[in-house]
Design a protein around this ligand. Structure first.
Ligand code: C2E
Ligand code: CA
Ligand code: CA
Length: 592
């Protein structure tokens, strides 16, 4: 008996074959043979040549509950769950049994589901082998099966681990990559559409950093729950990564319906989240892409929806955007620029131009602004308004910004040493918000000043209002450190951002630059003239010096002069100049 247990299923079948054949030759089963069959833990079902059950061993009763007398004479298919039996087995039976194929091939190790007597499903792995008589004529079949419920369950658990997100219980990226192609194929066959939403929480990284990871996790779980309740049961919500989610909406939806769903999600996420008794607010940006309009395969559809999500972010967050072809072209262009930008510094593709600035009281140069220029060998000249935001997003701005600081300080020192410049002529350098958040900023500035031997009061750093207001608490303390080094801080593009008087008082600034859009429209839009005048008055009341930028005409110059603007910069006075032009300009200027 022990020996029998150790036999492989195939050996056991062989034993059974011998016994069965003998039975069919009307030789009564010997007692010890019966014992052998009884001890086999696999279910063994004998079938006659027409596929009807002619014998079962006790394990069959144990496994599926049917008694021998309840099954004898019934077709073998009675054991199978009709939905879970594989078509190829049905075909195999049909061909081999009913059409009486001479020597049918065995049907081995296939998975199916049997129905037990009390109507439960039992996952099984079964084989079906033909039994041939001495004359090679088909006598019947022997069907053997194993209970694989445990194995199936373990497999399902593994699949769950691999395809579901542990934190939120949502489907994960792997499952999306399995389901989406299938859903697209289904939509293709039905000539239907499929909608993919790509969501990202706005400023989640900041929240996660401020609240700690645990609270961040709780927030993500609550977001997941809200997403699930905002959509239909048949829609699939997926957590892709971090704070990125997708929702797959099957079936054709009108644009209005898509907008309603996106609005519902945006509204739901904008409600306060309760994390350990304190309230947190967040919002989401959603990209919408549809099959077949935007893409015809899963990967491209995800790419389109994600690109649309970035468009939503750049349009101010907390909104949705549909994917468009035009937008795609922009993204592709952006990727090209990004790729070239990575090596631009290394390949010496940058150059700094300098734009002189005029002191309006005595009509002399009192400073110049370093403006970066990029000439890419493959893309041509790309303006800073295009490449600076990309450099900021990819963090390349830290290296580029440091290079501008080094190069322009070195240049200014050279001009001073050559007697071309004067300490009162300031070098203005633009600083991006990302540089402000770089922990090494202060030490980099100190290092550059040390290295070049330039005095700190020779430079001014220009920052926009929005750069400062991104994180006012932290940024103000960094600005104080910069100010403590003896460097002047100027607010750039004033009037386009918050323009709040309250915070101006808190900042260690000395200069305000009126944005060129106001100067441009001084004579076109009466509001702009009023704004320009009040910025000048306001700055003076706060003890700040005012620079008007983008001054292009004599009329603008006169207006600013009449309204006591302190300094000006613009094409009327001088365009940005190459370093050689600037050296000539300085040498021609009255004060050195
Ligand atoms: P910005 O700091 O406001 O610089 C002034 C911009 O106005 C420059 O554009 C300049 O060429 C342009 N400009 C000067 N005078 C006139 C005028 O009379 N009329 C008009 N219409 N425009 C005038 P540019 O050089 O294209 O730079 C654009 C922006 O790129 C800058 O705006 C600045 O925000 C950024 N940028 C340039 N260089 C750097 C840099 O080294 N670092 C960082 N972070 N940003 C930079
Ligand atoms: Ca500037
Ligand atoms: Ca500006």
């Amino acid at each position: 008996m022990e020996l029998l247990k150790k036999l492989s299923i195939r050996n056991k079948i062989q034993v059974f074959f011998d016994l069965y054949i003998k039975k069919n030759q009307i030789e009564p089963l010997a007692k010890h043979n019966q014992l052998l069959l009884d001890s086999v833990c696999e279910g063994i079902v004998g079938l006659d040549a027409s596929g009807s059950i002619s014998f079962i061993n006790p394990s069959v009763t144990e496994l599926i509950g049917w008694q021998q007398n309840e099954l004898i004479g019934k077709p073998a298919t009675i054991l199978f769950h009709p939905d879970k039996i594989r078509q190829d087995y049905i075909d195999w039976q049909r061909v081999d049994i009913h059409e009486g194929c001479e020597i049918p091939e065995p049907y081995k190790d296939n998975d199916a589901c049997f129905i037990t007597k009390n109507q439960k499903l039992l996952p099984v792995r079964f084989s079906c082998n033909p039994i041939l008589a001495n004359d090679n004529k088909l006598q019947g079949y022997v069907l053997t099966f194993n209970d694989i419920a445990e194995q199936k369950q373990a497999q399902e658990e593994l699949t769950k681990l691999a395809e579901y997100d542990l934190l939120t219980g949502l489907a994960n990226r792997a499952l999306l990559y399995r389901l989406l192609p299938a859903a697209i194929e289904k939509a293709r066959l039905k000539h239907a559409e499929l909608v993919l939403l790509f969501l990202d929480l706005d400023r989640f990284k900041g929240l996660n950093g401020a609240l700690g990871r645990n609270a961040g996790d709780i927030l993500l779980k609550q977001v997941a729950d809200r997403l699930v309740s905002a959509v239909r049961k048949s829609d699939t919500v997926v957590r892709l990564d971090g704070d990125e989610f997708t929702v797959m909406l099957e079936g054709s939806l009108t644009s209005r319906q898509m907008i309603m769903i996106a609005d519902k999600i945006i509204h739901s996420i904008s409600q306060p989240f309760n994390l350990d008794n304190y309230e947190v607010y967040t919002s989401t940006s959603i990209g919408i892409a549809t099959y077949p309009h935007c893409a015809n395969n899963a990967q491209s559809l995800i790419k389109c929806a994600s690109a649309a999500m970035y468009a939503a972010k750049s349009k101010g967050r907390n909104n949705y955007q549909f994917y468009t072809q035009e937008f795609n072209e922009q993204i592709e262009e952006r990727i090209k620029i990004e790729n070239c930008l990575c090596n631009a510094l290394e390949n010496n593709e940058f150059e700094i131009h300098y734009q002189p600035r005029l002191d309006m009281k005595n009509n002399t140069i009192n400073g110049f602004e370093a403006l970066l220029r990029w000439h890419s060998p493959s893309l041509g000249k790309i303006p800073p308004s295009v490449f600076i935001p990309i450099a900021e997003e990819t963090r390349i701005i830290n290296d580029i910004g440091l290079w501008v600081l080094q190069e322009s300080c070195k240049q200014k020192k050279d001009w001073l040493d050559q007697g071309l410049s004067h300490p009162s002529i300031k070098l203005a350098i633009n600083l991006s918000t990302k540089q402000l958040n770089n922990k090494e900023l202060i030490s980099s500035i100190k290092h550059v000043l040390n290295e070049t031997g330039l005095q700190s009061d020779a430079i001014e750093l220009e920052l926009t209002e929005s750069a400062i207001m991104d994180n006012p608490g932290e940024n103000i303390s960094i600005l104080k450190m910069i100010n403590d080094l003896g460097i002047t801080i100027a607010i750039d593009d004033f009037g386009t951002g918050y323009s709040s008087l309250n915070y101006l008082k808190l900042l260690p600034i000395k200069l305000l630059k009126i944005d060129k859009s106001f100067v441009h429209d001084i004579f076109l839009d009466p509001n702009d003239a009023v704004i320009a005048k009040s910025i000048i008055r306001l700055s003076h009341s706060l003890g700040l010096s005012v620079i008007a930028e983008g001054v292009e005409t004599k009329a603008q110059y006169d207006f600013l002069r009449q309204n006591s603007c302190d300094q000006m910069q613009g094409y009327y006075y001088s365009k940005p100049l190459t370093k050689h032009e600037m050296a000539n300009y300085l040498s021609d200027s009255k004060i050195h």
